[in-house]
Design a protein. Sequence first.
Length: 172
Amino acid sequence: MAQTTTAGQVAEGQQILPLIDHLARIGRRASEASVSAGCLRPRHMIALRLLGEHGPMTQHALGPALSLDPSNVVGLLNELEERELITRRRDPADRRRHIVELTAAGSGEVAQTFSQLRVVEDQLFKALTADERAALYGMLSRAVEALAPVLADCTAHEPDDCLGPADGTLSG
C-alpha cells in the first residue's frame, strides 16, 4: 500500500495516475478485442449509465455531469439517438430545453456491454480480491464525485483547463 505524507499526499515515487493510465490502456485494448462489434464506446457507456442511474435529465445538465463541452454533448447525444438508445424531447415547462431519457433499447445495450466488460475486468483485476475491487471502485467513485462540483463550475471550454498542473490544485 502507498505510504502517505501530510494532508493525504502519496509518497514520492508512488504516483497513482501513471498506474491508472496504464491499466486504462490495457483495459481499453482488452475490451476492444472482446466486446462485440458495434458495442458502446466508454463515453457512450458513461452517458447511458448516468441516465439509467439518475433518470431523465436536461441536455444542458449532461455537459457538466459528463465533463463535456456542450457542443460535444450534442454530438454524443446524436450518436446515441441514431442508435435509438436515448430519446430527446422538448421540456414542456421550457420549450428551449431538451429532456434526455434512456430507452428500453439503451438499458438493454448497457446491460449487455457491462456483462461483456465484466469478463475483461475479471481478467484485469484478477490479482485483487472481491473486497479489494469493491474498495477500489468506491475510492475511484468518490474521487470522481468530488470533482463534479469543481468541473461544473469551471468556465473553461475544456474541463482539463480547470486543473492546475503546476501546483496540483483545481481552479474553478
